[in-house]
Design a protein around this ligand. Structure first.
Ligand code: AMP
Ligand code: GLY
Length: 430
């Protein structure tokens, strides 16, 4: 098979690495890819993955490339091309592509849509309402005592969520989104949710339009600083499984969310083939969905592919073709931890082009794989090329040994200004 993978981050390196292990894959391109992806070899034949210089949002360019090369499957990593309708476009041209179509991707691209869907189909979520006018939005925020999450409706690079603790702050957030248009057209409407307290957990389910197969849990670390302080980031580290939701409780939570979700999709004629990734808050009154994403999480994917024992090509094909009911997901009982190494300044402005040392030494440690998020290959070695640079991932018999091995690998890596959190998985380890 020939595969075209779209995206350039750590999630895409993780997907590329796992897809490359499949005996089915004889050729793989990645658009645009990154330094690490371009040096990954296919298990069948040993050829390197070929990075092609096309952006993930360049739909006409990607379509022209796919029409020429005829990949047997295109795999979409990031949310933006999904929201732009890349799946619909490829399908119109008879090209097989994995990911939700534009309408199905609205679970992520419109928070107002997702919130209304949850209300209509009884999916547990925060108390919430959607507004396009300032006055009623303020009134609702006031009724919550100002303790709320004010969210721009559309995609805003993960930045459109403002967490407020008091009325004045909530009013400012509403003003920022609806009047000042701080998030552009993503902010033509706001969703205001009550502020939920609890532990956050990521769920993922692979869907084929009719069935949904739940993954084990994972937990992200969204804040830049240790102890969950500092600004929000794309994610500074993950581990799986997260012990806060396990066994019967996980099965129950999955059913509480996925049953009504599948029923709603059927009722609304939404054909969702891809990953549904609900962000959950485990509250005193049970798990509640904070948001839906319509793609793999980053860096959740790094810990999932490390534990997944199935052939990923076969899983994605079953998702595209609607035959997931016949497939069993198989997971390693081992635990995985991913520590993100970021550039100085991230999530604000940062420098690029810093030489990275010690990658080969880090990967000599048993169970360690270093996924590249923002790197470039420059003649003699890798240099930094993004905010999140690497996802150092380790598999271990338990969470503690996976964590210790990931940090042992981190110790061997250096680049100027390297920053990371030393407390990934600490919550689970007590
Ligand atoms: P979202 O992109 O909607 O997941 O929001 C980003 C982050 O904001 C989440 O990961 C949570 O940490 C936090 N958050 C979002 N909604 C709420 C809420 N209703 N209550 C408390 N925290 C929230
Ligand atoms: N890990 C957060 C995200 O992918 O949205």
């Amino acid at each position: 098979m020939k595969i075209l993978l779209i995206g350039s981050g750590g999630r895409e390196h993780a997907l590329a690495w796992k897809l490359a292990q499949s005996a089915h894959v004889k050729k793989m391109w990645c658009a645009p890819g990154n330094g690490g992806i371009g040096r990954e070899r296919l298990a069948a034949g040993g050829e390197c993955i070929e990075c092609v210089n096309l952006g993930a949002e360049d739909l006409p360019g990607l379509l022209a490339f796919a029409r020429e090369k005829r990949p047997d499957l295109t795999v979409v990593g990031p949310d933006n091309p999904l929201a732009l309708g890349i799946v619909d476009l490829f399908q119109e041209h008879g090209l097989r592509i994995w990911g939700p179509n534009r309408r199905a991707a609205r679970f992520e691209s419109s928070k107002a849509f997702a919130q209304e869907f949850m209300r209509k189909y009884g999916i547990p979520t925060a108390r919430a309402a959607t507004f396009t006018e300032v006055a009623p939005a303020r009134e609702f925020a006031d009724s919550l005592g100002g303790r709320c999450a004010v969210k721009a409706d559309g995609l805003a690079l993960g930045k459109g969520v403002l967490l407020c603790r008091e009325v004045a702050e909530a009013h400012r957030a509403i003003e920022d989104i609806l009047v000042k248009k701080s998030f552009g057209s993503a902010g033509s409407a706001v969703v205001i949710q009550e502020y939920l307290e609890g532990t956050e957990v990521s769920l993922h389910a692979l869907c084929d339009g009719r069935a949904a197969k739940l993954f084990p849990t994972s937990q992200d670390h969204k804040r830049a600083g240790e102890g969950d302080t500092g600004p929000n980031t794309g994610g500074m580290g993950t581990y799986s499984p997260a012990p806060f939701l396990a066994g019967d409780a996980l099965t129950e939570a999955g059913q509480l969310i996925l049953r009504p979700w599948l029923k709603g999709c059927a009722a609304e004629g939404i054909d969702f083939r891809g990953i549904l990734y609900p962000g959950l808050m485990l509250t005193a009154t049970g798990p509640k969905v904070l948001e839906f994403n319509a793609r793999f999480g980053d860096p959740e994917t790094q810990v999932y592919v490390t534990r997944l024992e199935n052939d990923l090509v076969e899983l994605l094909m079953a998702s595209v073709e609607g035959s997931l009911a016949r497939v069993d997901l198989k997971w390693s009982p081992n635990c995985a931890v991913c520590v993100v190494l970021a550039s100085a300044g991230y999530p604000g402005p940062y420098a690029k082009g810093k030489p990275i040392h010690g990658l080969a030494e880090a990967e000599k440690l048993p169970g360690v794989k270093v996924f590249h998020a923002g790197t470039a290959w420059q003649g003699a070695g890798f240099v930094t090329h993004g905010g999140r640079v690497l996802g150092v991932t380790a598999l271990g018999a338990d969470l503690r040994s996976a964590r210790d091995q990931a940090y042992a690998a981190v110790e061997r890596i250096q680049f100027e200004g390297m920053q990371f959190r030393r407390d990934i998985a600490a919550k689970a380890l007590g």
